[in-house]
Design a protein around this ligand. Structure first.
Ligand SMILES: [Mg+2]
Length: 196
C-alpha cells in the first residue's frame, strides 16, 4: 500500500475529527486529496505530531471529539520518540496516532530510518499504548475503526511502501492561515472554559 492510498482511506475516515499531520510529503499528499479546516499541517515541524496531538487530546477531555488523530511518519517519530512514554504516562483518552511506516525518510532521498530494525509499534505498546497493525486497506479500515473507539492512547502501525506520489503540488497555504482556521474549527468543539 502506498502512502497516498493509505491517506485516501484516512481522509474518508476523519471528516469530523481533528487531524494533526506530519510535514513534507505526507502533508502535501494529504492536502492533494482533501484540504479541510480540521487539518493541521505541521509544516517544517518534524517530530511534533505526537506532542501537538497530546496537548490537543488533553484539551479535548470532556468534549464530543472522539479522538485527536495524529498522522505521523517513522522518521518523524524517531526524531521525538519521547512522545510514546509521555503519552503512555499521561494517558489522554482521546489521543490516537496513525503511524505511516515506510522505514525510510521519504522526503530526503529515501534514506533508511531505524524503523528498518526497530519496531515502533512495539515501542508504543511497551510505553502503555493500545496498538494495532495494518498493511492493506482492509486492515487499515478495520483497525482504525477498533482503535478510534478504544480508550487512548492508541497507535495504529501501518506498514506502507517507500516512495512518494508523483506530481503532487507544493503545500503553499500560509502557515498562519492553517493555524487560524484549525484553531477556529477546534475551539468550536472544545468545552467552553471560563478564564478569570
Ligand atoms: Mg518514513
Amino acid at each position: 500500500m502506498r502512502r497516498i492510498e493509505a491517506l485516501e482511506h484516512l481522509v474518508a475516515l476523519t471528516e469530523h475529527d481533528p487531524l494533526v499531520v506530519t510535514c513534507a510529503a505526507t502533508s502535501r499528499e494529504l492536502a492533494s486529496i482533501a484540504d479541510r479546516d480540521n487539518h493541521l499541517y505541521l509544516l517544517d515541524s518534524m517530530g511534533l505530531v505526537g506532542s501537538v496531538a497530546t496537548g490537543l487530546a488533553i484539551a479535548a477531555e470532556g468534549s464530543d471529539v472522539r479522538k485527536v488523530i495524529g498522522i505521523e511518519g517513522d522518521g518523524s517519530l524517531l526524531m521525538n520518540p519521547n512522545v510514546l512514554p509521555t503519552g503512555g504516562f499521561l494517558a489522554p483518552s482521546r489521543l490516537f496516532i496513525v503511524l505511516l511506516d515506510n522505514r525510510v525518510y521519504g522526503s530526503t532521498a529515501g534514506l533508511p530510518t531505524y524503523a528498518d530494525r526497530i519496531d515502533l509499534g512495539a515501542l508504543a505498546a511497551a510505553s502503555g499504548w493500545t496498538t494495532g497493525t495494518a498493511d492493506d486497506p482492509a486492515s487499515l479500515r478495520s483497525e482504525f475503526a477498533r482503535l478510534v473507539e478504544a480508550p487512548g492512547p492508541t497507535l495504529l502501525h501501518v506498514r506502507i511502501e517507500a516512495g512518494n506520489a508523483a506530481d503532487i503540488a507544493k503545500l503553499l497555504i500560509d502557515p498562519v492561515s492553517i493555524t487560524l482556521r484549525f484553531t477556529a474549527w477546534m475551539t468550536a468543539r472544545l468545552p467552553q472554559r471560563v478564564v478569570s
